[in-house]
Design a protein around this ligand. Structure first.
Ligand code: SF4
Length: 359
């Protein structure tokens, strides 16, 4: 009896087909996720061919501000801000405008192109919403930053008002596949999330929507999510790798390793070739020493901290980008020539931003 070795696609051929506008078959997509470790560099080289075609060597930086933390009545199992979480996090209502402006100044000094204002909760009430609009106008007046707002479920009327205030982009993650969503949250549906993304599109705002990998999903859920985002024409796709925060329902989840994370990034680059793919939360925890390799598939990172967990020291991120030969991208999409670290302060004084809890 002969032992037929499993045949994997020629990754370079897949890259060529992707650049020609073809879409991977489901079997090819599964193969990307299941290839052996010894093929990983070939996969990354193919993904990089696609990434380079659309994004050159540019890396887009986003700075995240958790402008309102905790106190959320939804039951997302992964989230430290949910009512069902016992995680020790700072909880606070919407920050004062001056603190938001301080954070925007910090984003600028770290050369971020986009300032992401996030608030916890299912959906914003009118009072908070108006304060967010006010902060958006002020940040836009003072800084050359794109603004991304992540405010929970939004109506079409709210997305129109965000557009009028100058919001460039709204983030609302689908998080996982439609089939896996009931295992993640019960207080809202996949359809609720899709509707918000559609409302964002209707207002003419750029869409940002991605997922969290490592929440007990199957390979087909990872593929389904990418196909759904492709179908919806989402512009920017953050890929989070679950940080199993103690005190959350998913504290014991542990299905990731750095190579798996890189294969997921390759898959998303193939299925969403021209989209902005961002390595989001969990980068430091799960990619660890292989973080630079992620940039050969993805073209964007968060710099600074995440919502309730600390990120890698910002200068280390900039060093990583420089050392790998990538360049930063300005808010208008042009490359910023020169050393990414030039002019970046050595240390930030303990400022008015909350000290976040390390997962
Ligand atoms: S992800 Fe958002 S909606 Fe879900 S529990 Fe956390 S803050 Fe609430």
């Amino acid at each position: 009896m002969t032992n037929n070795p499993v045949q994997f696609p020629n990754w370079n051929d897949l890259a060529g087909r992707t650049l020609a506008g073809e879409i991977l078959t489901r079997d090819q997509a599964r193969a990307v996720l299941n290839a052996p470790d010894e093929l990983l560099l070939e996969q990354l080289a193919a993904a990089y061919r696609v990434r380079r075609h659309f994004w050159g060597s540019r890396v887009r930086l986003h700075f995240l501000l958790n402008a309102q933390s905790g106190l959320c009545a939804e039951d997302c199992n992964y989230c430290s801000q949910s009512k069902i979480s016992d995680a020790e996090i700072e909880k606070y209502p919407l920050m004062a405008r001056e603190k938001i402006l301080d954070a925007a100044a910090r984003a600028t000094s770290l050369k971020a192109g986009t300032f992401c204002m996030v608030i916890s909760g299912r959906a914003p009430g009118e009072r908070v919403f108006n304060k967010v609009l006010d902060a958006v106008r002020e940040v836009k007046a003072r800084h050359d930053l794109k603004i991304c707002a992540c405010l929970g479920l939004l109506t079409e009327e709210q997305t129109r008002r965000l557009a009028e205030a100058g919001v460039d982009r709204v983030n609302h993650n689908l998080n996982t596949s439609e089939g896996h969503t009931p295992n993640i949250v019960t207080t809202h549906t996949y359809e609720d999330r899709v509707r918000t993304v559609e409302n964002v599109k209707a207002a003419g705002i750029t869409t940002c929507s991605g997922g969290i990998i490592g929440m007990g999903e199957e390979d087909d859920d990872v593929i389904d999510l990418a196909l759904a985002l492709r179908e919806m024409g989402v512009t920017s796709v953050p890929i989070n790798f679950l940080i199993p925060i103690p005190g959350t329902r998913f504290a014991e989840h542990n299905q990731l390793n750095p190579r798996r994370c890189l294969r997921v990034l390759c898959l998303y680059r193939f299925l969403l070739p021209s989209q902005e793919i961002r390595i989001a939360g969990g980068r430091e925890v799960h990619l660890r020493s292989l973080q630079p390799l992620g940039l050969y598939a993805a073209n964007s990172l968060f710099i600074g901290d995440y919502l309730t967990t600390a990120g890698q020291e910002a200068r280390k991120d900039l060093e990583m980008i420089r050392d790998a030969g990538f360049v930063l991208e300005a808010p208008d999409g042009s490359p910023i020539e020169g050393d990414p670290l030039e002019g970046v302060p050595e240390h930030f004084p303990m400022g008015p931003l909350p000290v976040l809890t390390q997962a």
